[in-house]
Design a protein around this ligand. Structure first.
Ligand code: SF4
Length: 369
């Protein structure tokens, strides 16, 4: 295809190092990934897997789960094993939960080192760095205004971009001291303009990949605007390797907003995307084999189409509501879905051919638009 005219080419990305989050590359020219975070209690494995299924069907690339209690840490192994997208554990205060998460097989750990190390004692952060290195997984250093050291607040006169950047780079240094460099950094702030200035400054001082976000951006309407401003400004300057839109809303909305921001800047082109649910305790079909067969059947479809393969008919349609096309399978049958609505039910051995037929029909419609 001929190259697009200059004004339609995406922003030139800043060069960063690359990390690998459970197979999703971040930085180093990799496509900008969209992240979200589950809102279910992490220890409720089924509910968390079901929410991951909905996020996956919406196009999420990486999912983060909170680990506030021991029971949440205990659930991580089951979640990491079954999730169809890489799982990141979010750890505050408890270094032991970070160790448990690494042991459980998560794809990345996010820590806020400021609330893990105590005045001058950075040993626990170093222990986490050593364990992550042995496991071959990256760490995101996520600093925020709330946990800035008193020393930095005094030096910079409050939570300023310079204070946040200095804090992040101090934390990076702790990990580098144990020879750990498999790092991503975030310096989120709830004020988009402060956040823009902070990431701009950080990007001049490091080439680790950057995770962008506006924290506590609020409910759907205001949150989407704040995130679009903060993330959009930076991405248009080539800054940012992975993003999360934080909303006080269904996390599926975060993914939709994130994808829309990337599409608005021509940083993401949609193509065929076959996604499958992680198949929780409700699964009534071998989701993985079915998803593989659907993928093979749809080879050659060259239009933007997200097809979700879901493992049960109870929750599958709802969880797949953001997919263009889908199947909720179980008990020898498959409900064929369009935007989460059940169109009809076919026998299991007719699922693939029905989806191929539907996909071709939708492809025709899309081409004709
Ligand atoms: Fe959701 Fe059903 Fe898949 Fe479980 S088996 S994750 S409820 S679609």
């Amino acid at each position: 295809a001929p190259a697009p005219p200059e004004h339609l080419t995406p922003p030139v990305r800043r060069e960063t190092r690359q990390i690998d989050v459970g197979g999703v590359k971040v930085g180093g020219g990799a496509p900008i990934s969209v992240q979200s975070m589950t809102t279910t209690p992490t220890h409720d494995v089924n509910a968390t897997l079901q929410q991951i299924a909905a996020l996956n069907a919406s196009g999420v690339d990486i999912v983060r789960v909170a680990v506030p209690r021991q029971e949440d840490a205990d659930a991580l192994a089951a979640i990491a094993k079954q999730s169809t997208v890489p799982v990141v554990s979010d750890i505050h205060f408890q270094w032991k939960y970070a160790m448990a998460a690494i042991e459980a097989g998560v794809a990345k750990v996010r820590i806020n080192p400021g609330n893990i190390h105590k005045a001058g004692d950075t040993s626990k952060v170093k222990v986490i760095g050593d364990a992550a290195k042995d496991a071959g997984i990256p760490i995101r250093i996520g600093v925020n205004g709330g946990s800035l050291e008193k020393r930095l607040l005094e030096k910079h006169g409050g939570v300023t971009p310079a204070a946040l950047v200095e804090s992040a780079l101090d934390e990076v240094k702790i990990l580098e001291d144990v020879d750990f460099t498999d790092i991503a950094i975030s310096v989120k702030h709830s004020d988009p303009w402060t956040m823009i200035q902070t990431y701009r400054l950080l990007s001049t001082q490091t080439d680790y990949p950057l995770h962008l976000g506006v924290t506590e951006s609020g409910p759907l309407k205001t949150g989407r605007v704040k995130s679009a401003v903060g993330l959009g400004a930076l991405l248009s300057e080539g800054i940012g390797d992975t993003i999360r839109v934080s909303l006080s809303a269904d996390p599926v909305e975060e993914v939709k907003a994130g994808i829309e921001i990337l599409e608005a800047l021509h940083l993401r082109e949609r193509g065929l995307d076959v996604v499958s649910c992680p198949s929780c305790g409700r699964a009534e079909v071998d989701v993985y084999t079915l998803a593989e067969n659907v993928q093979k059947g749809l080879e050659g479809i060259d239009v933007p189409l997200r097809v979700a393969v879901m493992g049960c008919v109870v929750n599958g349609p709802g969880e797949a509501r953001e997919a263009d096309l889908g199947v909720a399978a179980g008990k020898g049958k498959g409900q064929i879905l369009k935007k989460g609505e059940v169109l009809w039910t076919v026998a299991e051995d007719e699922i693939v051919e029905t989806l191929v037929y539907m996909a071709n029909e939708m492809a025709e419609e899309i081409r004709a638009e």
